[in-house]
Ligand binder design. Structure first.
Ligand SMILES: [Zn+2]
Length: 93
């Protein structure tokens, strides 16, 4: 889905609209709350019908950000920028 995404060790902003990039997060699923060395961004506890408890944990390394459109927040922004900057298309044969 986001195969154009590019990753940064600082918080980048879209070359077209200036919107800031988002944190590049990982998601873990487990029976216990997250206990690793990444920053816990979000954690959701889920209680199953049989009484089992599980956690969905979203973590961030504290450094990595991404822009889903590479140097742009979205592919729409990338296309808008390209259309502003590219030379006119040639006439087809
Ligand atoms: Zn943008």
């Amino acid at each position: 889905m986001t195969h154009n995404a590019m990753f940064y060790s600082y918080k980048p902003k879209c070359r077209q609209c200036g919107k800031a990039g988002s944190k590049e997060c990982d998601t873990f699923y487990g029976d216990e709350p997250y206990n690793g060395n990444q920053i816990l961004v979000k954690e959701k506890k889920h209680e199953w019908a049989d009484g089992r408890i599980s956690y969905t944990s979203t973590t961030w390394d504290g450094e990595t950000y991404k822009l889903n459109g590479g140097k742009f927040c979205t592919s729409s922004c990338a296309i808008a920028w390209a259309n502003d900057n590219a030379i006119q298309p040639r006439e087809a044969d």
